[in-house]
Ligand binder design. Structure first.
Ligand SMILES: C[S@@+](CC[C@H](N)C(=O)[O-])C[C@H]1O[C@@H](n2cnc3c(N)ncnc32)[C@H](O)[C@@H]1O
Length: 209
């Protein structure tokens, strides 16, 4: 993990222009990476490298790098922002020589089976007005990926109870919401951020069938 960390810090600080840096991407130039990145690394490490992974909202490719570093053969990482996507493409090609990974498009585009679905640090309300809208959006993502055996899903936790236009109440899900969404699954979670130490409270759920 440390080796990949060093590769990313070095690449990000040298090659990502300052005006393309975002608050979340800046975390990948720092001494310590966000906890969700470490947890995704440790969770993915457990799985067969022939597993197909779909990542939703890969941004500048720092989580995608984990999949390449660990040697997963089949990875599709969707990013709908053109600028972010270009950065991710260049990074993944430079570090791993792979051009078959980043998809510059909004997820989902079509039904596409995966074994593992990853959606971390990517909580957007879009058109959702109620909690059910957001739950259905997450379930749609899961269904479009062919109901994969593993879903790494990070959500805003309602323990964070401050009004916030970027992260409205309707996208804040409890552990019970997640268990109701996946009643047959074995589920464990990590607290990845906690308000007020962090700007928000988030949990990363590992949902397995
Ligand atoms: C906050 S960034 C984080 C990127 C990455 N997950 C990480 O942790 O480094 C979230 C990204 O998700 C992208 N995004 C959000 N919804 C998406 C969707 N449905 N399909 C593709 N990209 C999406 C946004 O454009 C944004 O760049």
């Amino acid at each position: 993990m440390e080796q990949l960390h060093n590769m990313l810090v070095s690449y990000n600080s040298r090659y990502i222009p300052a005006n393309y840096r975002r608050s979340w991407s800046n975390q990948f130039c720092e001494q310590k990476f966000p906890l969700y990145w470490e947890k995704v690394f440790l969770e993915l490490k457990k799985f067969d490298r022939n597993s197909k992974i779909i990542e939703v909202g890969c941004g500048q490719g720092d989580v995608t790098s984990i999949m390449c570093y660990l040697g997963f053969k089949y990875v599709r990482a969707y990013e709908m922002d053109e600028q972010m996507c270009e950065i991710a493409i260049k990074k993944i090609e430079y570090l791993f020589g792979r051009r078959d990974i980043i998809v510059c498009n909004k997820y989902p585009q079509k039904y596409e089976n995966a074994d593992i679905l990853v959606l971390v640090n990517c909580a957007y309300a879009d058109d959702c007005v109620t909690k059910n809208d957001y739950i259905n959006k997450m379930l749609d993502f899961y269904i479009y990926a062919g109901k994969p055996k593993v879903f790494l899903l990070e959500v805003i936790d309602p323990e964070y109870d401050i009004p916030d236009d970027n992260f409205p109440y309707c996208i804040r899900l409890t552990e019970n919401d997640i268990r109701d969404m996946f009643p047959q699954a074995s589920i464990h979670w990590y607290q990845t951020y906690r308000y007020p130490i962090n700007k928000r409270t988030k949990k990363l759920y590992v949902i397995q069938h």
